[in-house]
Every structure is written in C-alpha cells, then in structure tokens.
Design a protein around this ligand. Structure first.
Ligand code: SF4
Ligand code: SF4
Length: 428
C-alpha cells in the first residue's frame, strides 16, 4: 500500500447539506454490478416517489425506484459516469416529497424477510463496487466475521466520514440487521486513523452495549491507500489472505460499507428504498467543497445551474469518484448513481506524463497491494503479447493505481493493465 496526500480538509469537518429538489432526474438502468434492471414504465406515466420503475432482472441485478414523484418524459441512452453511456429513464419531478413512516414489528422479521426487504429496496454496495447487497447476504458458506468498512481511503472524499459522524446510530442499527441475517461471531468496525472524531463515537457506541452486536470491536488502521479495498481490509483486520479467484466468503468474511449499512437501516426501519445518497463535491476549482444529500439521478449540471455548488475557476479536469480510481468526465451532463461517492473539480489535471522506459526498479511491484507484477503486464501489453497475461494473474488486479503512482518512469501502468485485461484469454 502507499501513502497519498489526503486533501480531505476542510470538507471532513463540514456538516452535510441537502439538495432534494432537482428539475430532472436521469436514472440509468445500469448502476450496479450485474444485469441492468428492466424498465417497467413508459413515457407519459406518472410515477409516485419510491415506486419501482425498473425490476431486478436476474440473480445479480437490482431494482430501481423513482427518487421523486413525477412524469416519465423519456427513456433513452444517456451519459453514465461509469459506463460512458447507457439506457436511462428520465423523470420530471412534480408534487411534494413522500413521508416515510416507521415500520412496525421489525423485531419479528425473519432472516428471509429481511433479505427480501433489502433486495426490494434496490440496495447495492455504496463504496463504489455497487454489487447487489442481497446477493452478498445470501452467502452459501458460514460467515464468522463481519467487517464494516469505514475507511474511505481515496483522497478528497469524505462522505463515509461525515455519515459516521452524523448518522452513526442508524449505521449501527443497519449493522444489527446484517448480524440478524448472517449471524457472525465477531463484528469489526474498520476505520482509518485520520477519522478520530468518528473513532471516538464508534468506540462509545460499542461500549454502551445498546446494540446487540456480538464481540464488536474497532480496528483503527493506518491511513494508507487502498486500505478500504475489500481484500486489503480483510488482511489488515484478520490477517486472512483472500487468494486469487476466491471470495471473502470462502474465508468466512463479509465486508459492508458504512453507507450500505445506513441504506439497510432506512429500508428496514422506514421502508425507504435507495433513492438518495451523500456525495462529496471537492477540488480546487470549487468556491467551497461540500458533502450534499442528493437524489439518485440528479445531474451535476443542475447542481451548478442552481448554484448549489459553484466554480471559482474553470476546472481542467472533472473526475467521478476519487483521483486514484475515478473516471474523467467530458462535461457536467452526468447523473449521480447509487455508487457515486463524489466528484472532483481540479484546476490542474495530472501533469502530461512523458512515458519513459522501464528502469526495472520494481517500485511498482513493491507498491502493489495485490502482490502482482505490474511491469510484466506493461511489457507484454505494450508489445501486444496478451497470451500469457492470465498466468500472471492480471485479473486479480483491482486497478487501484498504486503501481502507476509509484513509477519513476511515469508509465501509465493501469492503462496497459486495462488493455491487458481486455485482451488476455479468460481461462488461466
Ligand atoms: S497491478 Fe493493479 S492492483 Fe497492483 S498496484 Fe497496479 S493497479 Fe493496483
Ligand atoms: S516502477 Fe515503473 S520503471 Fe520501475 S519497474 Fe515498475 S514499470 Fe518499470
């Protein structure tokens, strides 16, 4: 793992704001891992807030709900910050926001019913991977360790941090629900040492014993990147290594991000589907960084048009996500997805790199948290020799960028790795 500049101040100390009244919502059918949701509305339909507008389509898929009441004005291809472009439902909000009432009899809900509620609420992993949550909760193998991911190791982003400071009790109630489903022997709340205010509160809640969490403890981890990666987190907290091709559940572990726990709480306690989330807006090109609750589908452009966020100066680079793993955007015409943790508006993009020759210094190898051989991928991908890349386990690469960050020859290693993954034979 590597040390990167955090750039998390002042936004880590600012109270989050709300913007829940967009003029239009752009809702891609594909905002999770797996098969896109299948649209179940048509142009002209009037939709109620939280109504299902696209169904889960297959085992690894998710439901999509209307973040506001309103009229479907189009269903067509639209910008998607992860996929470039994909089919989307475009909604024009009308009317007032729905009130969500507490659900009764939560203590009597069975494990199966809880999973059903979570699936029906369209919850996906909100740390970035967007894997449908109900699938992770239906583990075919016993889970002894539940790890709650509060690390948020990408520079600039502070939504998980603010959520832990402002909504920790709700996160704990979400964790209790997960525990009722998977019955772990131990719960580990993992958080980086740069979030001292959150750590204090987590320790306090664990020690009050108000929550029925078995053997819960806090793991305070060094602020390294990518500390929040699933496999890195499992190793840092349990010393268990997830081998290539295996899943955390093969080692009895399950990892859930804090924002996902919060969404589970809202779904179970208030029957509220995943229709809004906290998003970080940061970078030197803004007048001020902010963390804002926004409805899923709100476009970046509208936030600027309505002066919710403002430019101090023209950005040179717009990134969806963090600077290490995020994707560059070519305009503001992109919506917020269930998995969007933040947007960066940078005055200086990364310097134009002049790619030098490999010095065989092995810094990229030392930096790789997955113990891979990035220079081998580069050498072969550059020559178009993709045949034996799989034998070097290229598909275990999590595209974290630590290798490129450490390379003194400024070789864009992740670019070569992505090409290598695309063309490498899938069978090892
Ligand atoms: S090879 Fe992949 S996992 Fe290893 S440092 Fe590079 S991007 Fe990260
Ligand atoms: S860090 Fe860069 S220069 Fe050094 S071995 Fe890796 S690819 Fe080559």
């Amino acid at each position: 793992m590597i040390t990167v500049a955090e750039c998390k101040k002042p936004q880590s100390k600012l109270r989050s704001e709300k913007f829940l009244t967009p003029k239009k919502l752009y809702l891609p059918l594909s905002q999770h891992t797996g098969k896109p949701s299948s649209c179940c509305v048509k142009v002209g339909d009037f939709i109620e807030e939280s109504q299902v507008i696209a169904n889960q389509d297959g085992y690894i898929s998710s439901y999509l709900h209307a973040p506001a009441s309103g009229k479907v004005i189009a269903i067509n291809a639209w910008n998607n910050p992860v996929l470039g472009r994909s089919e989307a439902i475009i909604l024009e909000p009308q009317g007032v926001s729905k009130k969500y009432l507490p659900r009764e009899g939560i203590e009597n809900l069975t494990k199966e019913k809880l999973i059903e509620i979570i699936a029906a609420s369209g919850i996906v992993g909100m740390g970035g991977a967007a894997f449908p949550t109900q699938v992770k909760l239906k583990s075919p193998k016993p889970i002894d360790t539940l790890i709650i991911n509060g690390c948020e190791c990408e520079p600039y982003l502070t939504t998980d941090h603010r959520l832990m400071v402002e909504n920790l009790k709700e996160i704990f109630l979400g964790i209790e629900i997960i525990c009722r489903i998977i019955k772990p022997k131990v719960v580990i709340f993992a958080v980086e040492e740069n979030k001292s205010d959150a750590i204090k509160q987590i320790n306090l809640l664990i020690h009050t014993k108000k929550f029925s969490l078995l053997a819960a403890r806090t793991a305070v981890l060094p602020s390294y990147y990518p500390q929040g990666g699933e496999k890195q987190l499992i190793y840092s907290t349990t010393r268990r290594k997830v081998p290539g091709g295996k899943l955390p559940l093969d080692l009895g572990c399950l990892v859930h991000n804090v924002a996902t726990c919060f969404a589970i709480y809202e779904a179970v306690y208030y029957s509220k589907p995943l229709i809004e989330r906290l998003v970080s807006f940061c970078g030197e090109a803004l007048t001020a960084p902010k963390n804002i609750w926004v409805k899923i589908g709100t476009s970046l452009k509208e936030l600027f048009d309505q002066k919710i966020i403002e430019f101090r100066t023209e950005p040179e680079k717009i990134i969806s996500g963090g600077p290490m793993m995020g994707t560059s955007l070519d305009s503001l015409d992109y919506p917020i997805l269930k998995s969007t943790g933040g947007f960066l508006f940078l005055t200086k993009g990364p310097k134009e790199l002049t790619e030098g020759s490999c010095l065989r210094c092995a810094r990229c190898v030392d930096a790789c948290p997955m113990e891979l051989l990035p220079l081998e991928y580069y050498k072969r991908a550059k020559k178009g020799e993709y045949q034996d890349l799989s034998t070097f386990n290229i598909n275990d690469c999590i595209e974290c960028g630590c290798c490129a960050f450490s390379c003194p020859a400024k070789i864009p290693l992740v670019h070569y790795i992505k090409a290598g993954k695309r063309y490498a034979p899938k069978n090892k």
